[in-house]
Design a protein around this ligand. Structure first.
Ligand code: FSO
Ligand code: SF4
Length: 543
């Protein structure tokens, strides 16, 4: 009898599933509560979907609850069982109120009607996990949709925190979740829904892009310092720009500096964050190196989202969480999505800490989101026309601890000098500190930002297609060699498929949740492939 079953991320045990404990550090009791939280959130979504069909409007706090519930269950976002149990209870209460408003509850799935007290949660959780769906193709598609929708929900929550919402996105998230409970849907129905999830992936990334750029301006070319100063610092990680803004406001004039970590690095490309002189630089690398780097940082670390690595005791009391993130024993800063937060306790702790130990020096350059690249369009187009740039390769996505990911460093190093890398997400840390030079002043690594800023890369591709008067984005001198880790990468992938991008190479391994038949659908219709050796892939992708 398996104690848990989770195969939602790339690092799943044996490329099949984590059954005893998660490679990420998730324990069976937490996995069970996450399964139940997904189940009750799907149930509530079936209720709201019925209510919309009956002509009702769903209140914003209900929409926000659905997105936050899902974000809580994303890989390595929240390890705090108590916090997850509280979300289950809150969702059951919210759902029962909604259910009372449904005129015709006939045909609603069991998840929509189920309710229970905390002592019943464990037994219920054991019956509602991934393996509750027996048919492997239906299970595969249900999970593909669920994971894509988790990614959607994460981006939606970030947009919501900046007071940008889109009722169609919320309605879709809930309709798609409800559909994963519907036994009448066929494989074909679910394939169509997976592709529709990609459409809403584009929509939510557009929503978040608008939220970010309207609030903080358009990213611009920026040099970011990798060294450290003499003041104590707070390291902020994750993806939530609003949290960074509040932290910068509250640390101003306190003598405490702020450093970005991992996916927070691209915040430094936005004009609005440049006005804070105490935003010192970026510290460290991709999420999976945090154990040794957080140790050396010496000051508090604020995790605003995933990716959390279970902390060592030596720095656990310096690690804080907020939003959907959580870790038992680490203090959680409260404040609902869009509300103000009080970071004074973190700032007080920082004041008593030593300045960070320097682990790197130098600078890196980023900020190549859509408007900045459009501003350079003439130079880029000239370089393509003259042959100075032969090809672009999109190497967006995630980094991770698997040794096999060294492939991405080697691939970047082996690329001919006339190839430009377009990147977004933490995948960049595999090559953003290599000296790959430039082509006529255009850096050979163009970093658009966070994983959601893959949207910028799509806009850039569509702009090039327009400039070169092509009918098909696949006719551009553009290849895709994407690395994935968790569920936000799933929505980015589905969004690219929706935009018609073909022949994406996805690594370092294909998702365990794709059954052979579902994988075949992706191979046959979209030419999706895994990765091979660097030499083989250079021939295939660059020619
Ligand atoms: Fe990376 Fe983690 Fe941004 Fe993910 S830090 S792996 S795809 O959370 O979301 O790129
Ligand atoms: Fe395993 Fe990934 Fe699930 Fe963690 S999130 S339990 S590593 S499959």
């Amino acid at each position: 009898m398996e104690e848990m079953f989770c195969y939602q991320c790339q690092e799943t045990a044996g490329c099949t599933g984590c059954t005893k404990s998660g490679v990420c550090g998730k324990k069976p009791d937490v996995a069970a509560m996450q399964d139940l939280l997904v189940y009750v959130t799907k149930g509530m979504s079936a209720v709201t979907t019925r209510m919309r069909a009956e002509g009702n409007t769903i209140k914003p706090h209900v929409n926000r609850r659905v997105s936050t519930d899902l974000f809580t269950t994303i890989t390595n976002a929240n390890f705090d069982k108590e916090a997850i149990v509280e979300r289950i209870k809150g969702t059951l209460i919210a759902k029962s109120k909604l259910l009372a408003e449904v005129k015709d509850p006939s045909g609603l799935p069991e998840a929509a009607l189920w309710s229970g007290e905390e002592p019943e949660f464990e037994a219920k959780a054991a019956t509602v996990g991934v393996l509750a769906t027996e048919n492997e193709d239906i299970r595969s598609l249900r999970e593909l949709i669920t994971y894509g929708v988790k990614g959607l929900a994460a981006y939606n929550k970030h947009a919501n925190a900046l007071k940008h919402t889109n009722e169609e996105v919320d309605a879709f998230i809930q309709r798609a979740l409800a559909a994963t409970l519907d036994d009448s849907l066929s494989v074909d129905d679910l394939v169509a829904l997976a592709l529709e999830t990609g459409k809403f992936g584009v929509d939510v990334m557009a929503l978040l892009d608008a939220a970010n750029t309207k609030t903080y301006g358009n990213p611009e070319i920026t040099e970011v310092d990798l060294g450290v100063g003499d003041n104590p610092g707070i390291l902020i990680s994750g993806h939530d720009l609003r949290d960074l803004e509040m932290l910068l406001e509250q640390t101003a004039g306190t003598g405490v500096d702020v450093y970005t970590h991992c996916e927070m690095l691209p915040a430094q490309y936005y004009p609005a964050f440049k006005k804070y002189p105490h935003l010192k630089g970026n510290y460290g690398n991709a999420w999976w190196k945090q154990k040794e780097e957080f140790e050396k940082f010496n000051g508090p670390i604020l995790m605003t989202t995933n990716c959390i690595v279970p902390p060592a005791e030596s720095y656990k009391e310096r690690m804080w969480t907020t939003g959907a993130a959580g870790y038992p024993g680490c203090t959680h800063i409260s404040g609902k999505c869009g509300e103000g937060k009080d970071f004074s306790a973190i700032i007080e702790q920082a004041k008593g800490c030593a300045a960070p130990t320097q682990i790197e020096t130098g600078k890196i350059v980023g900020g190549f989101a859509h408007e900045q690249v459009f501003a350079l369009a003439d130079a880029v187009v000239d370089a393509v026309k003259s042959g100075a740039i032969r090809k672009f390769v999109v190497m967006a996505g995630c980094d991770g601890r698997a040794k096999s990911r060294d492939y991405y460093t080697q691939f970047a190093e082996a690329l001919p000098n006339d190839v430009v890398i377009l990147t977004a997400g933490c995948a960049k840390y595999k090559y953003n500190k290599l000296d790959l030079g430039d082509i006529g002043g255009i850096p050979r690594v163009l970093d658009a930002g966070q994983c959601n800023d893959s949207y910028s890369l799509a806009l850039i591709a569509l702009k090039l297609k327009e400039i070169f008067e092509l009918d098909d984005v696949n006719d551009l001198p553009l290849a895709f060699n994407i690395a994935w880790y968790e569920q936000k990468a799933v929505i980015v992938l589905l969004a690219l498929l929706y935009l018609g991008v073909k022949n994406i190479h996805l690594g370092p391994t294909l998702p365990a949740f794709l059954s052979p038949n579902v994988a075949n659908v992706l191979v046959e219709n979209f030419g999706i492939a895994g990765i091979g050796t660097v030499d083989e892939d250079l021939k295939i992708l660059i020619g």
